[in-house]
Design a protein around this ligand. Structure first.
Ligand code: DX5
Ligand code: ZN
Length: 221
């Protein structure tokens, strides 16, 4: 079994104090920093973008920046995010035509950055099939993308299991990330279904003891 990686989502952090917030979760043991990018078009919310990735890279040269693009036609911006310092870039399969998704993933790889592809709750596991062999991570959304603090969708667990099983056949090294509503109660459910990367916003940044919650999430499998 793969070891579990915790990726606190800075969407739940205090943006006025981002250096301190990110520093605190890294110190508390987080392996990744999950950065949610929203364009107000692919999802009905606007968050942060390229300059924030750049500042985080400068402030934390060794941090693993797990960047989740919830933007339409993401190929337009993959180069800028890679150059800004993303360690990993996840696109949504629903965000463009298949040929453009293929081209965007290729460009990310050329730039030496890890690739990910995400599916919204209404999208089936099969949508990922054409790209499974080339991915470093598949992301199964466990809430409707756009906002933190929503309720975990248990009905996505068969999809997590299906994606994990398909990857085991063609690309066993690939990780499966879940994102949305992850907390002490839901983390074991997601891990049990086959996830090994946990993006968690409110649960981590809202916790009194961040080291404790990160440890609990990681060990809940
Ligand atoms: C939702 C984002 C998530 C979000 C998770 O669109 O992709 O990463 O920050 O937040 P919580 O953990 O609060 O559900
Ligand atoms: Zn996310």
């Amino acid at each position: 079994m793969k070891s579990v990686i915790v990726a606190p989502s800075i969407l739940a952090a205090d943006f006025a104090d981002l250096r301190k917030e990110v520093g605190s979760v890294l110190e508390a043991g987080a392996e990744y920093i999950h950065v949610d990018v929203m364009d107000g078009q692919f999802v009905p919310n606007i968050s942060i973008g390229i300059p924030v990735v750049q500042s985080l890279r400068r402030a934390f040269p060794a941090a693993f920046l797990d960047v989740h693009l919830m933007i339409s036609a993401p190929g337009r911006y993959v180069e800028a995010f890679c150059r800004a310092g993303a360690s990993h870039l996840t696109l949504h399969v629903e965000a463009d035509r298949p040929e453009n998704i293929t081209a965007a993933l290729e460009r990310i790889r050329q730039l030496g950055v890890r690739t990910g592809l995400a599916v919204k709750p209404a999208t089936g596991a099969d949508a990922l099939t054409p790209w499974l062999e080339e991915l470093d991570m598949a992301l199964v959304m466990t809430v409707e993308p756009g906002f933190g603090g929503q309720r975990f969708m248990t009905d996505q667990m068969p999809k997590v299991a299906a994606v994990r099983a398909a990857l085991d056949r063609v690309n066993p090294a690939c990780d499966v990330e879940v994102d949305g509503g992850i907390d002490r109660g839901t983390a074991p459910v997601a891990i049990g279904a086959g996830a090994n990367v946990l993006a968690a916003g409110s649960a981590v940044f809202g916790a009194k003891d961040r080291a404790d919650i990160i440890r609990a999430l990681r060990c809940s499998g």
